[in-house]
Every structure is written in C-alpha cells, then in structure tokens.
Design a protein around this ligand. Sequence first.
Ligand code: CAO
Length: 264
Amino acid sequence: DSDASNIVPDATTVKAVEIPVTKAQAKVEVLLEDRVVPVSGFTKAMVKSMTEAMKIPHFGYSEEYDVTKLVEARDLLKTIALERGVKFSYMPIIIKATSLGLTQLPILNSSLDSNCEHIIYKANHNIGVAMDTPNGLVVPVIKNVQNKTILEIASELNSLQEKGTKGQLGLAEISGGTFTLSNIGIIGGTYTKPVILPPQVAIGALGKIQVLPRFDSESNIRKAHILTISFSADHRVIDGVTMARFSNYLKNYLENPTTLLLDL
Ligand code: CAO
C-alpha cells in the first residue's frame, strides 16, 4: 500500500494526452482539478426545454425496419445528388417519408395548448433534426417539408449542417419545429428513449443501420440492412395505436422506397 505512489501518477504530472477516439474528439484533456462552468448557449436552452418536457407523459414505441432496398436506392441517389453538388445521406428520404406519414396522421404534427384545452393541428411539416455541433446539441428545422423535394431537403440539410459546424445557426433556423427526428445512429446504438421537444407531441430516434441475418419468404437466411427506430409520444393526446400506425406508414415507405413515387 505504501507503494501506491509508484503506480498512481501524481496529479500535477498528468497532462493532456492524445487518445484516438473519434475524428471530432481526438484530444482528451485530463482535469487536474475540479472545474466550474456556467450553463450557457445551447446547453441553457436544453436545460429549459428538457425540464419542460418532463411534464409530458411520454410513452415509447420501437420497431425495426428492413431498409435493404433503401440502402441500394440511396447508393444510386447519392451519386446523382453529388453530381448536382448535394451530399446525400438517408436523412432526406426519412424526413420526406416522415412528412408523408404526418399527412396520414396529423395529430402527430400538433401541439397541445398550455391549459390542455385545445389541440392545434399544424398545417406545415417543420421537421427538426437533432444535430451534434461543436457548440452542443441543437435542433435546426427544415420548414414546409410537405412542399419540398427530397433533393431540396438534402440541400437544406447540407446548409444547416454547415452552419451548425460553424456556429452560425440563427434563431429563425432553430425555431418553429412541429416534429423532430434524431439520428443517433450516426454515432452508434440501436434503441433509445428520445425526449419530446415541447410544444411538439412526438419525436423519432434512429439507430445505426446494421447488416444482420433475417429470413426471406422461403425461410432462407439472407443478409439484411436493419434500421431500428424509437418513438416517444405525448400520451395525453396520442395513443399507442396511432403511433404504431404512423410507424407502419414510415416502415412501408422505407422498406419499399419505390412506393414513395406514388405520394410525391
Ligand atoms: N446508420 C448507418 N449509417 C448512417 C446513419 C445511420 N443511422 N446515419 C448516417 N449514416 C451515414 C450517412 O449515410 C453517411 O454515409 P455516406 O458517407 O456513405 O454518405 C455518413 O453516415 C455521414 O452522415 P452525415 O454526417 O451526412 O449525417 P446524416 O445526414 O445522416 O445526419 C445529422 C445528419 C445532423 C442528423 C447528424 O450529422 C448528427 O448530428 N447526428 C447526431 C444527432 C444527435 O446528436 N442526436 C442526439 C439527440 S438527443 O440527445
């Protein structure tokens, strides 16, 4: 025990060390003493909105979608979009399919007033996308998704991502959301329990698309691309059946992306 000093380094000798974690977090600063940091910026907004959110009775609904055909389609669209100067991920398709689902079930694109006396059905599908930026978590909004093409959504997402990275997102770009999607799968993970962003009534969180074995219709094992999705909804105005129906619409669009052609 008296030899502990030999194996535990003296705190004053510990310096910042390089640990190859991710591109964004290559350097880890080891604290030499406690540090007090004022809550500010996006974190301050998060404290306010998430404290408000906990007044909402949340329920969760999770599902897996076999997005094998979507992965194929996206590979082709990615190349074509790039020729038009647009970086194209899965998000623009998922955002558009979400909007088509909201058209079917408008209660998911609504707000409950503060006295819980009225439900306000929102005409526009303003879909917020949770974004990891150097300044913290922020949710910029793609407005009027119902009127936009998938390529327009992709282009707008590119520009919001660029502004987010540079810390240039303005108030107008982060307000007015009516539904939120969070793609945590870009980091990893499968199922999560997202928290609703008030005054919205629902949120969806995407896990990482994984290659997994699944059965085909002849009971043969095949390679499938599986996307897990977790929704949270406000149980004061939304029931489980409504959430399941919405998820089924989205599942159908994302499992059979050519069906999107019928509704665009
Ligand atoms: N599964 C597998 N691959 C994924 C994926 C997923 N869920 N999400 C993204 N990818 C892929 C993309 O297709 C892209 O691949 P290519 O290089 O082949 O095109 C690559 O990962 C990078 O994607 P991207 O950076 O362009 O991201 P995106 O458009 O899919 O998502 C955004 C944009 C803003 C949602 C994302 O960058 C982000 O910040 N996510 C974090 C969200 C977050 O913090 N959520 C927590 C909120 S609650 O605390």
